[in-house]
Design a protein around this ligand. Structure first.
Ligand code: MF3
Ligand code: CO
Length: 260
């Protein structure tokens, strides 16, 4: 389907949006400390996005009440920032940032540690990030879509963790969620990746079982067994040689332009 392939001018705009989402994640790092509330972090991200002439895409999206999602410990995704939720030493925290700049979206998230965290938590976050990188490594035009899910699920399960099945990555551009759906587990989608496609990959990985449960607020998703959960997300551009990571951040030990 041609509509999934971006034009050169769309790609230029997506690069700008991607850089801004990455900058939010770089900027917020220094504020992530014990005793800070998730609402304070939300406000800092909100102000930074607005100062950069952009819009926080989560705010008001299907009624989501805040500008970023902040998901702590056993929260899998879509955690709602709250002034009563105070971060403490040992917490693992995902901040999920989506922005709209010049009418184009970008979406990225990463894990942060509050002080020292335990060995299991560190390992879970490392494996989750590496599963995303393992998928990025195999991406280039002409590979079938199912390779992404297969790569991520194998990487995670070989290390004793489980992949959440209920949420997936997505095409992204002048709308937040577009085709194709990017599953993070084994599937049989034979669609062939093409130069110029842009989508997110955003595996959610649990230390225990894969099952999740949505809370009564309608948003917060937790692991059913209360085990820890981690997520990393990038917005990427498929090329003939590999992929470009549009939301690449300075501290990442991987190249922004990733060629096979
Ligand atoms: N960034 C997430 C995604 O990939 C969260 C969207 S849901 C929201 O779709 F309402 F919180 F924005
Ligand atoms: Co997303």
């Amino acid at each position: 389907m041609n509509c999934m392939i971006k034009t050169a001018s769309e790609i230029e705009k997506m690069r700008i949006s991607g850089k801004l989402a990455a900058k939010v994640l770089e900027m917020i790092e220094t504020y992530i400390q014990p005793n800070v509330s998730t609402e304070q972090l939300n406000q800092i991200c909100h102000d930074f996005i607005k100062q950069n002439n952009a819009i926080p895409a989560c705010l008001g999206y299907h009624g989501f009440p805040k500008s970023v999602c902040i998901s702590v410990n056993d929260v899998v995704c879509h955690g709602i920032p709250n002034k009563h939720h105070i971060l403490k030493i040992g917490d693992i925290v995902n901040i999920d940032v989506a922005v709209i700049k010049n009418n184009y979206y970008a979406d990225a998230s990463k894990m942060f540690f509050i002080g020292q965290v335990n060995t299991l938590a560190k390992r879970l976050c490392q494996v989750t990030q590496e599963s995303l990188y393992a998928a990025l490594k195999i991406i280039k035009s002409e590979i079938p879509l199912f390779r992404i899910g297969e790569t991520i699920e194998n990487y995670v399960e070989n290390r004793g963790f489980s992949v959440v099945k209920e949420y997936c990555g997505h095409g992204i551009g002048s709308s937040f969620h577009e085709d194709p759906h990017i599953l993070h587990y084994k599937n049989s989608n034979q669609m062939i990746l093409k130069n110029g496609m842009i989508f997110t990959i955003e595996p959610m990985v649990n230390a225990g079982k894969a099952e999740v449960k949505c809370m009564n607020d309608g948003w917060t998703v937790k692991t059913k067994d209360h085990s820890l959960s981690a997520q990393y997300e990038h917005t990427i551009l498929v090329t003939n040689y590999g992929c470009d990571i549009l939301t690449w951040q300075k501290q990442e030990k991987i190249l922004s332009r990733f060629i096979n």
